[in-house]
Design a protein around this ligand. Structure first.
Ligand code: BTN
Length: 265
């Protein structure tokens, strides 16, 4: 698969020699973190055909069967403090939408903060992880992207079959995973160049893709559930919500998960 992905990349693509492919790993994010800790350079990408321990936010798992999805993690080494990268997951979401549109002709929506959706179903997700040095600067960031590509509805385990779908199922066309993986690398490389410089244009695009504002949401922490109306997403990637008593809050993704009042969306 590595060679086919390379064949879809521009000939002068800066990260081409840093693409690693594995038939099966525990989690591409975990492996990318290990490689980054050993000094792997900016743009190192780990792509796998299958994950046995694919991970999502809040300790959830990400279903990663062989040959049916994209499981990709990229190491970024932006030269900035961690506080300047609050919007990293949003930026990765925009890159994923750009790449999916370019390779598959379909632009997913984004359920705040990190879920790629089509209609009321989940196509995939993003897991970003940061390592910060003692001065508060980013040592490295891992951007992990998982996309369901060729599953039919009946291929998902029962607990996912109502909330998950795949790009193939919604477009009715076979998904060229190599082409999509190449498009993701190109989109991530492009976005990584402006990550610490100009946040607003990226976040404007995120706001256009994000389907959560306007929805009634449940804000879940480990021991509380609060209900509110989602209003907007700010330039740091926080979700602005209004509670029934009229007060508003900016909700940061690290703390909570969002559910629609009546289900996943
Ligand atoms: C989520 O649903 O909360 C995010 C899912 C992210 C899954 C991707 S697949 C590639 C990378 N490796 C992982 O273990 N997770 C991410």
């Amino acid at each position: 698969m590595r060679q086919t992905v390379l064949s879809h990349l521009p000939t002068d693509f800066a990260w081409a020699d840093r693409l690693l492919f594995y038939p099966c790993v525990d989690s591409t994010n975990t492996l990318a973190k290990q490689l980054a800790a050993q000094g792997a350079p900016h743009g190192t990408a780990v792509l796998a055909d299958r994950q046995t321990g694919g991970r999502g936010r809040m300790g959830r798992s990400f279903y990663s069967p062989q040959g049916q999805g994209i499981y990709l993690s990229v190491i970024l080494r932006p030269d900035c403090p961690a506080t300047a990268l609050m919007h990293l997951t949003c930026a990765a979401g925009v890159a994923t939408c750009n790449a999916t549109e370019a390779a598959c002709g379909l632009r997913p929506g984004i359920k705040w903060t990190n879920d790629l959706v089509y209609g009321k179903q989940k196509l995939g997700g993003i897991l970003t992880e940061l390592s910060v040095d003692s001065s508060g600067n980013v040592a490295y960031a891992i951007v992990g992207i998982g996309l369901n590509c060729s599953q039919r509805q009946k291929d998902f385990p029962p607990e996912l079959s109502r909330i998950a779908t795949s790009l193939g199922a919604v477009t009715g066309k076979a998904v060229d995973r190599s082409r999509l993986a190449a498009a993701l690398l190109v989109a991530l490389e492009e976005i990584s160049r402006s990550l610490c410089i100009s946040r607003k244009p990226l976040m404007d695009r995120y706001r256009a893709d994000c389907i959560t504002p306007g929805c009634e949401v449940s804000i879940l922490t480990a021991d509380t559930v609060r209900h509110a109306t989602a209003l907007d997403v700010d330039d740091e990637g926080a979700l602005l919500v209004r509670f029934a008593d009229g007060h508003t809050e900016a909700i940061c993704a690290g703390e909570v998960s969002i559910r629609g009042m009546y289900g996943y969306l």
